[in-house]
Design a protein around this ligand. Structure first.
Ligand code: SF4
Length: 380
C-alpha cells in the first residue's frame, strides 16, 4: 500500500539501524522522548528499540489522549449517564478507562447507563438528531488532532438549533505538556529523567505545524524531529536526532514532510480558535494541574457546553495506589517498573489508563511482548 509498505521495509530498517549504531557516540547516551502514543505503539510493534544501540534510549511521553485523562473527568461523564440519564457518546477506548468506585464507562453501561461508542463527533450529532427527546452528550477527548472535528460538530449543532446536544470538552494541548515535562523537577533540577531531544507528534503536527516546537529548541536547547508513525519514520527521526546532538544543534526538523508543514492547517487552527478558549488550568493524569493546557468552549457556545448545561463540577480523584501510570507518563518510570504489570493489570482488565488504549505504553509493551525481557516475578 502506498505510503505504508515503503515505510516498513526491513532492508531499509537494517540500514538505518546500522547508521544509528555507527553515528551514535559510544562515549555518551542519547535519551530521546517520543511524545506521542502512536510512536510508542510503533516502537513496540516493530521492535524499534531492539534495533538501537544500548546508549540510544527511548523514553515514553504523555501523548496518549486516553492515558492522560484523569479519573475525575471520566467520573463526570459516568455521572451524567447514570444520574442525568443522558446518552453519553465517546470514542471506544474511553469506555474501559478505570474510574471511581470500581466503575468504568463500560461497567456503567452494564448498570443501565446509555453510553455509546461513536467513530466521530459527527456521529454524536447524528444521534442527537435521531433522539430529539433525549439529551445527547459527546465526551470529547484528544489532542489538537481531534479538536477541529469537535468544533465542527458544535457549529453544526448551533446551525441546526440542536438544543439536545452538548459536549463535555476534554481537549488538551501538546506544547503545554512538553513545557510541563521540561519544567518538571525530574528533568530540570534532579536530572532523574535525562532528556536530550524529542520525536514530535505526527498527526498533531499536521494541524499545528512544526512552528510551535521552535520554542523548545530555542529556549530549552532540545532538538525536535517531527516524525510519521511508520517504523522507518521513527528510525529516521532517531538518526536525525543523533546527528543534531552530535553536532551540538538544537533545531526543529521535519521528517514527516509528506503531511506536516511549518504552519500547519490554518483553517483548522482558526476554527479551533473561534470555537474554544484556554482553560486556566486542567488536571492531567501523571502531570497534575497544568496551566493553560486544555480548552473549553467560548461563551458564544455555552448552550452546547455540557459542563455549563448540567452544572458539572470537577473533583480530582487519586489513581489506584499500585498504578505507576503517572510516573510512566512523566517519563520517570517504565511499564516494567509496575509491580502489577501483566499480572493484575492486563489489556483485558486494565487497572490504569496506560493499559487501555493501544497507544498506552503499558498496553503497547504487553501486546507486543516487550515485557518478556524482564525476569518473571514471584507470586509473592
Ligand atoms: S501496568 Fe497497569 S497499573 Fe501498572 S502502570 Fe501500567 S496501567 Fe498502571
Amino acid at each position: 500500500m502506498k505510503y505504508i509498505d515503503e515505510f516498513r521495509d526491513g532492508e531499509v530498517a537494517r540500514g538505518l539501524a546500522a547508521a544509528i549504531a555507527r553515528e551514535a557516540d559510544p562515549a555518551r547516551t542519547y535519551n530521546l522522548m517520543e511524545f506521542c502514543g502512536g510512536h510508542t505503539h510503533a516502537i513496540s510493534r516493530y521492535g524499534v528499540a531492539d534495533l538501537l544501540p544500548a546508549n540510544v534510549r527511548m523514553i515514553h511521553g504523555p501523548g496518549c489522549p486516553v492515558c492522560v485523562l484523569p479519573i475525575g473527568r471520566i467520573d463526570l461523564g459516568i455521572r451524567l449517564a447514570l444520574e442525568r440519564r443522558v446518552i453519553l457518546c465517546t470514542y471506544g477506548d474511553c469506555l474501559r478507562v478505570p474510574a471511581s468506585d470500581g466503575l468504568s464507562m463500560l461497567k456503567a453501561k452494564a448498570r443501565g447507563a446509555d453510553i455509546r461508542i461513536v467513530y466521530s463527533a459527527a456521529d454524536a450529532v447524528k444521534l442527537a438528531r435521531e433522539h430529539p427527546d433525549r439529551e445527547v452528550v459527546f465526551f470529547a477527548i484528544g489532542f489538537e488532532t481531534t479538536t477541529p472535528p469537535t468544533a465542527v460538530a458544535i457549529r453544526t449543532a448551533q446551525r441546526e438549533g440542536l438544543a439536545n446536544f452538548s459536549v463535555l470538552v476534554n481537549h488538551v494541548l501538546t506544547p503545554s505538556a512538553i513545557t510541563n515535562i521540561l519544567e518538571s523537577p525530574e528533568v530540570r533540577h534532579l536530572g532523574t529523567v535525562p532528556l536530550d531531544g524529542f520525536i514530535g507528534p505526527a498527526h498533531v503536527s499536521t494541524v499545528i505545524g512544526s512552528r510551535p516546537y521552535e520554542f523548545f529548541a530555542e529556549e530549552y536547547r532540545k532538538p525536535v524531529v517531527i516524525a510519521g508513525f511508520e517504523p522507518l519514520d521513527v528510525m529516521q527521526a532517531i538518526l536525525m536526532l543523533v546527528r543534531q546532538l552530535n553536532d551540538g544543534r538544537a533545531e526543529v526538523e521535519n521528517e514527516f514532510t509528506r503531511a506536516v508543514t511549518r504552519d500547519g492547517n490554518a483553517k483548522a487552527q482558526q476554527l479551533v480558535a473561534d470555537t474554544f478558549e484556554l482553560r486556566r488550568s486542567f488536571e492531567w493524569r501523571g502531570l497534575g494541574e497544568v496551566p493553560y493546557s486544555a480548552l473549553r468552549l467560548r461563551d458564544a457556545f455555552r448552550a452546547w457546553d455540557a459542563e455549563a448545561k448540567f452544572d458539572l463540577h470537577y473533583t480530582s480523584v487519586p489513581d489506584n495506589k499500585a498504578c505507576e501510570c503517572g510516573a510512566i507518563l512523566r517519563g520517570v518510570k517504565h511499564p516494567r517498573d509496575c509491580k502489577i504489570f501483566g499480572t493484575v493489570c492486563t489489556p483485558e482488565n486494565p487497572v490504569g489508563s496506560c493499559m487501555v488504549s493501544s497507544e498506552g505504553a503499558c498496553a503497547a509493551h504487553y501486546t507486543y511482548g516487550r515485557f518478556r525481557e524482564i525476569p518473571v516475578r514471584s507470586a509473592a
